[in-house]
Structures are given as C-alpha cells and as structure tokens.
Design a protein around this ligand. Structure first.
Ligand SMILES: Cc1ncc(COP(=O)(O)O)c(C=O)c1O
Length: 385
C-alpha cells in the first residue's frame, strides 16, 4: 500500500533552498556566497520515501524495493566504524548530544570542554566541571588528566571540531586518558563529516547531524560503541531498539544516508587559506583565532579589532557575503563568543566573524570575499575616524 503524503514538487523546491540561520539576503541582491544547500543526490531518496508506508516499530518486514531505517543505519554505521544496531536516529545533533550526555551520565561526574556548542553545554548543565582549552583552542590535556585523577568515574563530553574556529581537539590523546581513568568519552562530531575522514575510534559515543553533510535539516544520529545503552530521552513505542520512542522520520533518514554516500568536497583548505592570506595582506592587525592548531578545512574565525562582529556581518551581508558573528545563535542574536573568551581573548572576542565555506564553494570565492571584506573594512574605518 502507498500513501501519497506530500506533493513532491513542493518538497523538492523547499529542500533545494540554501539554509540560512541568520541574515537573509536583500531582495534582488547578488549573493557572493551561499550557505550550503542540500546536496542534489539526497533529494530523490528523500522524496521517494515520502510516499512509503511507515513501518511498524521494529518491523523486520519491508515491502520489496522500499527503504527501511535499518538499511540507512547500516550505511551510517559502515561509514563511521560502528554496527548498524548501534545507530540511533534523532532529530539532529542537539538531540543526539542530549541523549548521550543525559542518558549516560547516571552515577558519573560530567566533564565538559569550555568551547563546546550550546547544545552540549545545555545538556551537561551547570553542575558539570568545565575543562579549559589552551590559547590555540585545543583541549588542555593536563587539566583533563588532573580532573580525571580527582575521582572517578566520569563522562567526558567534548567536540571533535569547533563550529566557530574549526579547531580540532586531540581526540586520540583524550580517548587514551579517558581509557586510563575508566571514563566514558562522548564526542560532538557534528562539524566533522564531509570535511575530514572520521570514525568513532576509541570514543564511546558520537553525535552527528545530517545538514552538515549536505543532507536534510532536522535529522541526526547518535552512534554508540557495542554494549553501551543510554537511557532514552523519549519513551513510548519501541523504535530505535527502545532508545528513542516515536515514529522515525524516514524521509529525512533516507536523505541522511544518501548524504553520507556523497563524495567529500576537495580543495576547501586551499580556499580557506587564500581567504586568510588575502585578509591579512590587507590588514595585518587581523587575528585568526586558532590558526596554529589543526583545524577543519572550511572554517575560519577572523577578528577585526575595534569593529563589532554584528557591524561586520551586516556590512558583509550588504556586499553579498553570508558570514556569521562568532557566536550567532539560531535567533540571530549576537553574544560575545564564549569560545574565544575561553581561548583567552578579551574585547577582541566581540569582533570575530566566522566564515564557513560550503561544500560547493566556487574557486573564485576567496578573491570575491577578500574584495568585499576589504571594502567593508575601508567603509567602517572611515566611519570610526
Ligand atoms: C558543533 C555542533 N554541535 C551541535 C550542533 C547542533 O546540531 P543540530 O542543529 O543538528 O541540532 C551544531 C549545529 O550547528 C554544531 O555546530
């Protein structure tokens, strides 16, 4: 039996729009950069699944040729080094992080990195012990070791890559310290896939989000090492082996699995480096947060001292460049970046913009961005004088 749930033309059009969480383009303005749109190859599997009957929870019977959440779980699992039965689909990275942290924390002290995403900081709560970072943004391993030695057992929640600076934490060393001290390690890996090769490795759990891979918004997954069973946040039907009640968002999950099969974009680090070199050549006073640490290839945090991030974002938006303030949240409100503050920046933390290159960034992006950025700086400096 088939249900025709959604007009496919409508959904195709909505899905192929770029995802913008802060400032919208001016009507008619030519965009210099687009925020990452959903990858084309993910649209067909998603819309095909819209017309499919929802399987009963835990049902092993799938109509011939129909998509099942379990086949998607196998695809996700194979890519990230886990077993299909240890993939729990969620509504995104926020829920996957919350499920791991709240579901595994019972009887454990919670240690959390100071530069974590708000989704992780909110899930760990005010009682969590904060782990400092070094000036380059990487986790302070000596502080982690000292915290782990104080008493056991612990749950450590850190990100694989930072969303504002792109800085990568030394995950192998962190995992080794956790192993030595009997601590569980949860990774917020939302920023990693589609940018750098990555697997669960020696961690215990990791959170993913499909839209960072060029997949649909509103779907993600928690990946677990065998034998780990977090207490569910949502109870009800026995979906996801009882780890997450509620009918699975099959179309979104199909798009997620398809995004995982898309090839990794190449050459982003070259474009990012050209942007940084171009901006530095125009303005030596610019600070690039975390540039001495290993970083994601597509993200840079540019600090232009003396000019607030909000002013820069608006000026660049008028020039067609969609960047965000260091710590813009989903409401578009700009706060001083807790990430840069944790790295030891003072007033400069209010002057950072985050440039994030989408998977489909054209090769002329650096030249066009640097021109727009230079024009913005000239106009704002003249206003300050
Ligand atoms: C590092 C990090 N963690 C978690 C999230 C939240 O993911 P989602 O929007 O899928 O809930 C994001 C979103 O951008 C992120 O960058």
């Amino acid at each position: 039996m088939k249900y025709s749930l959604v007009e496919q033309g409508v959904i195709q059009e909505a899905l192929s729009k770029p995802f913008s969480f802060d400032i919208q383009p001016l009507p008619g303005a030519a965009r210099l950069t687009e925020l990452a749109p959903q990858r084309r190859g993910t649209l067909a599997p998603l819309s095909e699944t819209l017309t499919q009957t929802a399987p009963r929870p835990g049902s092993l019977v799938v109509e011939a040729g129909q998509f099942s959440g379990r086949s998607a779980a196998e695809a996700v699992a194979a890519r990230f080094g886990v077993r299909g039965r240890d993939v729990v689909f969620t509504s995104g990275g926020t829920e996957a992080n919350a499920l791991a942290i709240r579901g595994l924390a019972a009887g454990r002290r919670v240690l959390v990195g100071a530069t974590e995403h708000p989704a992780v900081l909110a899930a760990t709560g005010p009682e969590a012990e904060m782990l400092p970072v070094l000036a380059d943004g990487t986790l302070d391993l000596a502080a982690l070791e000292a915290a782990l030695k104080r008493s056991s057992p612990a749950l450590v929640a850190v990100m694989a890559a930072n969303n504002e600076t792109g800085v990568l934490h030394p995950i192998e060393a962190i995992a080794e310290l956790c192993r030595q001290h009997g601590a569980l390690l949860h990774l917020d890996a939302v920023q990693m896939p589609a940018r750098l090769p990555f697997t669960l490795g020696a961690a215990d759990s990791m959170a993913l989000s499909a839209h960072k891979l060029g997949g649909p918004k509103g779907v993600g997954a928690l990946l677990l090492r065998p034998g780990l069973d977090p207490a569910p946040l949502l109870t009800g039907g026995g979906q996801e082996s009882g780890r997450r009640g509620g009918t699975e968002a099959l179309p979104a999950i199909a798009g997620f699995a398809a995004a995982i099969a898309c090839p990794m974009p190449e050459g982003l680090a070259r474009l990012r480096d050209a942007i940084e070199a171009g901006v530095k050549a125009l303005a030596p006073e610019v600070i690039i947060a975390g540039d001495t640490a290993p970083r994601l290839p597509n993200t840079t945090s540019l600090i232009l001292p003396g000019i607030t991030a909000e002013t820069q974002v608006i000026a660049l938006d008028l020039a067609g460049a969609a960047v965000s303030a260091g710590a813009a949240c989903s409401s578009g409100k700009v706060r001083q970046s807790h990430v840069l503050t944790a790295m030891g920046y003072g007033a400069e933390a209010a002057s950072a913009i985050r440039v994030s290159l989408p998977w489909n960034a054209p090769t002329d992006t650096p030249a066009r961005f640097v021109e727009a950025w230079g024009g913005m700086r000239e106009r704002l400096r003249a206003r300050l004088r």
